[in-house]
Design a protein around this ligand. Structure first.
Ligand SMILES: C[S@@+](CC[C@H](N)C(=O)[O-])C[C@H]1O[C@@H](n2cnc3c(N)ncnc32)[C@H](O)[C@@H]1O
Length: 381
């Protein structure tokens, strides 16, 4: 399932409502995990560090394909501290949900986290708001001390959720240190909203005007004559948005994570905007980390290594195709974990994309593991 169906929910194993969300959601949150401890360290001299999650959801996600569960952004942040310093964490948090059922589930989870001793932010500095985020931004920012650090997370699923006037409000209250981490739903929604269908375009116009805070996107769309130019259009729309963030006063604006389905099919970008030189460095470092397609393939393979050799049968070796740029160390890791043989030179698939082939000497018999393998293969072949 792609994340475009925002409010599909299920009951998670803790008995509370959870959000149906798959691998892509995990990828988005993993970059968050990457830079949170570093951002906390970089802002350690501030007396207050505020986390504002404007589209917080119920606090737990359930992958509909694997049934795997993973914590949402807020729970991750409430637990987080700087590397090597447990006392350095966010001091305040505001958690905003439009949906009251999501908010009720979130509040119960935070309460349980506190009872278990896992919540680092004191109760008196935790605020839950059950409102439309766009109506609350000014109110929230006004109450944050101008000298405090504030990290704003806007995890939207479509442009109509997040208005440019709200982005501007983040900069309008005199704060010296505000970072924005937001989802830019390029392929998930904007692509469709700027399709060749004139009726779709007409319907999307007002929402996109409010999202971009300008109608300049229309000129970019008008320049696209053929489908072959759609990729350029997408790039230009992303650049327009990022330029506008810079014009609001953020010096470092970058794509911290480009989340893709498989191969070249994009999904969304995580944009990070910061004024702190360390903020830019941290996000760049997170962006340069190996992409999560490969990371998750590896963790799956490492999982397989743990299975009992007796449950494996010797069969013709399995070949796994890995897209992207596998580093030497990762190739070695794969070879070590599985005593397989990895090709040194890339092969090319029909679209001319570079692929690396790894031959693994065993085949798991356990049906669940076979399923896991098949899914990896589907994603990477
Ligand atoms: C992508 S989900 C959030 C996922 C969450 N960040 C996580 O890590 O699990 C977006 C949430 O924002 C909520 N939402 C949508 N529009 C909103 C708005 N205008 N104001 C506040 N919440 C909104 C949706 O109901 C949904 O629960």
């Amino acid at each position: 399932m792609t994340p475009s169906r925002e409010n599909e929910w299920v009951i998670a194993s803790d008995g509370l409502r959870g959000r149906r969300n798959g691998r892509w959601g995990q990828e988005k949150l993993s970059s968050f995990d990457d830079f949170l401890p570093a951002a906390l360290k970089a802002t350690g001299t501030k007396r207050e560090r505020h986390f504002v999650d404007l589209f917080v959801g119920p606090g737990r996600n359930v992958d509909p394909t694997t049934s795997e569960e993973f914590e949402g952004s807020a729970i991750r942040v409430l637990r987080s501290s700087a590397h090597g310093d447990d006392s350095l964490h966010f001091t305040h948090a505001v958690l905003v949900n439009k949906d009251s059922d999501d908010q009720a589930a979130l509040e119960s989870r935070v309460e349980r986290l506190r009872e278990s001793g896992g919540c680092r932010i004191p109760e008196k500095h935790l605020e839950f708001l059950n409102v439309n985020a766009n109506l609350a931004v000014n109110h929230i920012m006004r109450r944050i001390h101008q000298k405090a650090y504030a990290l704003i997370f806007a995890d939207i699923t479509r442009p109509s959720h997040w208005k440019w006037s709200s982005v501007r409000a983040l900069r309008n209250h005199g704060h010296a240190s505000v970072d924005l981490y937001m989802l830019f739903p390029l392929h998930m929604a904007i692509n469709r909203m700027t399709s060749f269908n004139s009726q779709t375009m007409e319907e999307s116009g007002p929402a996109l005007n409010e999202f971009f805070g300008t109608d300049e996107w229309q000129e970019l769309v008008a320049q696209r004559q053929t489908d072959a130019q759609s990729r350029n259009l997408r790039r230009a729309l992303l650049a327009l948005y990022m330029d506008r963030l810079k014009a609001l006063g953020w010096q470092h604006v970058l794509v911290a994570r480009d989340v893709r389905r498989t191969g070249d099919a994009g999904l969304y970008q995580m944009i990070y905007a910061s004024n702190h030189p360390a903020g830019g460095r941290i996000a760049r470092w997170s962006a340069d980390r190996p992409d999560d397609n490969q990371q998750s393939l590896f963790s799956r393979l490492v999982d397989l290594r743990g299975i009992d050799p007796k449950s494996c049968r010797p069969t013709p070796a399995l070949a796994i195709l890995v897209s992207g740029r596998p580093t030497v160390s990762r190739r070695r890791q794969l070879q070590r974990s599985h005593s397989g043989r990895g090709d040194r030179a890339p092969t090319q698939d029909r679209k001319g994309e570079r692929r690396y082939r790894f031959l693994l000497p065993y085949h798991p018999i356990d049906p669940a593991q076979v399923q896991l393998f098949k899914r990896s293969q589907e994603r990477f072949s």
